[in-house]
Design a protein around this ligand. Sequence first.
Ligand code: ATP
Length: 260
Amino acid sequence: MAEQPILELRGINKSFGPVHVLHDVDFAVYPGQVTALVGDNGAGKSTLVKCLAGIYHIDTGQVFFEGNEVHITGPRDTAALGVEIVYQDLALADNLDIVQNMFLGREMKKGAVLDEASMERKARDTLASLSVRTVKSVRQLVSSLSGGQRQTVAIAKSVLWNSKVVLLDEPTAALGVAQTRQVLDLVRRLADQGLGVVLISHNMNDVLEVSDNVSALYLGRLAATVKAKDVNRSQIVELITSGRSGSIGLSAAEATSTTI
Ligand SMILES: Nc1ncnc2c1ncn2[C@@H]1O[C@H](COP(=O)(O)OP(=O)(O)OP(=O)(O)O)[C@@H](O)[C@H]1O
């Protein structure tokens, strides 16, 4: 692939005491592309994301952002790079409206008072730029939103601050068919706007539908990174469950080095 990754992890190792969870993991995110991060329960997806988020300290390995090595010592470092993470539990406050949620902790002010008009306009513009039309009013309480609308607001919040990379942890878990459709469309639009998008998902249909690349973790090791268009559902399942990519016709190492 000619294009440079916007974010690249190289040789990441992470242990919790005697438990070695991540083994020399390489992972790359490209601008304008969706990269799925897949793996069975316990494969190490959340640990990798938390290392990137600055929640866990990386034992060894390197992180590069826009080609330069960076050192992530805490969540602020990740946010300062323009890397946002939307966790599965969403962390939206039910008792606040959409604008208040989107600006929570980063409120715009005019002098000493909140600049409600500007925040409202920016919230509306951001939703419009993502072609989100399902939300009636940005002054709606989040408690009144459907699961899909909540996910949409959480994703829109993550791109408010000129983010360059967005990681989405199971964004379609627990959503119905129509809501899943809306969220997958939104995931694709983020990439089409030039962001590097990481999709963590157990749903292989979702993965194959919106992803450009698929990185599979198996027992804390990168089994392979493949082009989504080159694989089918059962081949990804094979990577996830056995760590091998035999039916793709490449060894895991070859798949990693030759297809991305
Ligand atoms: N704080 C911790 N202390 C010890 N072991 C941990 C810790 N966090 C995770 N692990 C172990 O690391 C391994 C990877 O867990 P992780 O949560 O990263 O997997 P995952 O791929 O995100 O799984 P899931 O799909 O179930 O969320 C598991 O074996 C888990 O028990």
